[in-house]
Design a protein around this ligand. Sequence first.
Ligand SMILES: [Zn+2]
Length: 177
Amino acid sequence: MLSQKRDSPSRVLKGTVPFSQPDEKWMALAIQSARKGIKKSAGGPFGAVIVCGGRVIAVAHNKVLQKRDATCHAEVNAIRLASRKLKRFDLSDCVIYSTTEPCPMCFSAIHWAQIGKVIFGTNIADVQKRGFHELSISSRKMKREGKSPVSLKAGFMKKECLALLVEWDQKENKKVY
Ligand SMILES: [Zn+2]
């Protein structure tokens, strides 16, 4: 499309994107990235992948410790990467996979990026149990209270995502925040 504007995805009408079923290979990629982050002590045990039109656009893990930046959650990092790659902030034709339920900050970033669908494994309570300083506001509540059109899929590959948190539990010299 020659006239395609960079600020918005082509041929997308809000709320009409036919997102396909969750795909295990994309969550596996998010898990792999989170595992890399654990090994490097980059931050918490969290990974995210953004997929657009059946293609991976961004793979990221949490880098709060590595970057000394509290906003460097996996989802925010993935959104920044995807926007840089697609040269637009509007990601309404994209799906984000996150190993853990987005926190309110990430949910808000997903909202501002207008991502159409969020697929996650473990939930905020699973992470709170590990001592992370999470706000107790679920994505479901953010969606409901904020009247967000984003579609949510919880508990996808939960067992595999939970295994990540167990690996984190077993890590020596880990830093929770
Ligand atoms: Zn977050």
